[in-house]
Design a protein around this ligand. Structure first.
Ligand SMILES: [Zn+2]
Length: 68
């Protein structure tokens, strides 16, 4: 894997970013906004599942749990 997808925080476009370019402050190819590279896990809930998981084009590692 030499690249991964990053969702633009401004327009929501999925941008393919080369791993070798992570530290060069990549920008969205659609709107030019700075892309935020996640460097740690994020917590999501049911309402974010489609947006954060199903709509993501790349591979995702999920850790699922239930409070019950
Ligand atoms: Zn954008």
């Amino acid at each position: 894997m030499d690249s991964f997808f990053v969702k633009c925080p401004s327009c929501g476009a999925q941008n393919k970013v080369l791993i070798s370019k992570i530290n060069s402050q990549p920008k969205c190819g659609k709107c030019g906004s700075m892309l935020k590279i996640l460097d740690k896990p994020i917590d999501i809930n049911y309402s974010d599942y489609k947006k954060e998981v199903l709509d993501y084009k790349g591979h995702i590692l999920l850790y699922l749990w239930s409070p019950t």
